[in-house]
Design a protein around this ligand. Structure first.
Ligand SMILES: Cc1cc2nc3c(=O)[nH]c(=O)nc-3n(C[C@H](O)[C@H](O)[C@H](O)COP(=O)(O)OP(=O)(O)OC[C@H]3O[C@@H](n4cnc5c(N)ncnc54)[C@H](O)[C@@H]3O)c2cc1C
Length: 409
């Protein structure tokens, strides 16, 4: 087990500086254009693939870094560049993690390379769990997967929503109900291979922020996938369902509800790190502006009212980073989240990003309210962090339930 450290080692510093260079030289200059276009920034993803940032190798290296700091450090730097473009670059990683976490070695080897494509023909992947009537309440999911034993195929029907890269992905990872009596314990994940008939993009959303990231509905109409596309395989699924049925029987047959709320505990610090990146970016712009903009014959930072805001902003960003790093270290080193530390980190970092970006707009005055300055975009982007991967309210619910052991509603 790696000891918890707040100091990046030399190799990590090198990677951080390299990522920072890419974020500053490639991502940041392209941010305003792709925000306006509201389209996937394929040329930037391609550039990231060329230098090795958009690749399974890079992602896996950071993911398995024993200090736990690899992923948060990478996310912070990329999202410091721009949240929408960075999500277009790391969105595939979210689907890849779904396969890494649940797939067999063969599935990992087959599908993850197809998620990324290659340098000359980059592809993206999508993770489709949310539905119009199943957002926070994952257990209400209705997309159904039924096994056709004669053909060894699964038939999937339903509508997914809010899928990052949904419809434009080469590979879709789809979560579906295989046993409706078991709530979220009756869910399973499937690979939908490229070109599978029956999968279509529905509405593409026009969003408030992270507009360079593609978000859309995914409609599944009698989608047939081979048995080998069930992540983890049929035998493991049958064993898992049998155990869940036993537990449901023991608890008087009560439907197992909302268990998935805690499932993402280990991945939440990564979203916290994205929020830290956006917050830090806005803080830096505000600090720079406050030291150069003059009113009443002196820089505006000369006023405590402005300087104290910057002091609070920086304090909260550093505190958020510490919570994120702690939770990420815990996740990588198999420490139990006895106080929902993953949720804590996501909750605090995402709320910090919203607050800090709003303060940055205020410090830039009229300029902060225009698209001439990046804090306006950063403020719009920051609003996503308190919504996806579990809203702030759901994080509080997970934390409160974990602390109290009570079924708080
Ligand atoms: C840009 C974007 C990208 C996304 N990407 C993906 C993706 O790639 N894959 C994917 O599967 N999903 C994705 N999502 C979906 C995202 O995870 C959901 O939007 C989120 O889980 C919230 O669900 P909802 O939107 O249905 O809100 P709801 O669950 O309807 O919540 C609405 C409000 O009610 C509150 N609320 C709900 N239940 C409770 C409760 N019990 N106690 C207190 N308050 C409560 C919420 O906190 C929220 O404020 C994405 C969403 C967005 C906007």
């Amino acid at each position: 087990m790696a000891e918890f450290t707040m100091e990046l080692n030399d190799e990590q510093k090198e990677v951080r500086d390299w990522l920072h260079g890419f974020a500053a030289d490639v991502i940041r200059p392209a941010a305003a254009e792709w925000d306006e276009r509201e389209e996937t920034p394929w040329p930037v993803i391609q550039e990231a693939a060329k230098v090795g940032i958009y690749s399974l190798d890079f992602y896996a290296q950071q993911y398995f870094d024993p200090t736990g700091l690899g992923i948060p450090m990478a996310m912070e730097e990329l999202f410091w560049g721009d949240a929408g473009i960075a999500l277009s670059i790391v969105g595939t990683g979210l689907a890849a993690v779904g396969v890494l976490a649940n797939g067999t070695e063969e599935q990992i080897g087959t599908w993850i390379p197809q998620m990324y494509g290659d340098q000359n023909d980059v592809k993206v992947a999508a993770f489709c769990s949310s539905e119009p009537d199943a957002g926070s309440d994952v257990a209400s999911m209705r997309t159904r997967a039924v096994y056709d034993e004669a053909k060894d195929e699964w038939v999937i029907n339903g509508t997914k929503t809010w899928a990052t890269n949904g419809g434009i992905a080469n590979v879709h990872v789809v979560v579906a109900v295989v046993d409706p009596d078991l709530g979220s314990k009756g869910h399973a994940s499937f690979i939908v291979p490229p070109g599978t008939p029956g999968l279509a993009q529905g509405q593409k959303f026009k969003k408030h922020g992270i507009r360079a990231s593609h978000t859309a509905e995914v409609v599944l109409d009698d989608v047939r996938v081979p048995g080998s596309c069930l992540l983890g395989g049929k035998e493991r699924l049958d064993e898992r369902l049998a155990r869940a049925r036993e537990r449901a029987k023991a608890s008087g047959g009560e439907r197992v509800k909302n268990a998935a709320m805690a499932t993402f505990e280990a991945s939440r610090p990564a979203v916290g790190a994205m929020a830290v990146g956006t917050a830090r970016a806005a803080y830096e712009v505000a600090l720079d502006y406050a030291t150069t903009r003059e009113q009443f014959g002196r820089p505006i930072i000369d006023n405590q009212g402005v300087a104290f805001q910057l002091a609070d902003m920086r304090t909260q960003i550093d505190a958020a980073r510490l919570l994120v790093w702690r939770a990420s270290w815990m996740a990588v080193n198999g420490k139990r989240f006895t106080a929902a530390e993953g949720s804590m980190s996501k909750l605090f970092a995402s709320e910090t990003a919203k607050k800090v970006t709003a303060q940055a707009v205020q410090i830039l005055g009229g300029n902060g309210y225009t698209r001439e300055y990046p804090v306006e975009r950063m403020h719009r982007d920051a609003a996503i962090y308190t919504i996806f991967e579990g809203t702030s309210e759901i994080q509080r619910l997970v934390i409160a339930r974990t602390l109290s052991g009570m079924p708080i509603r």
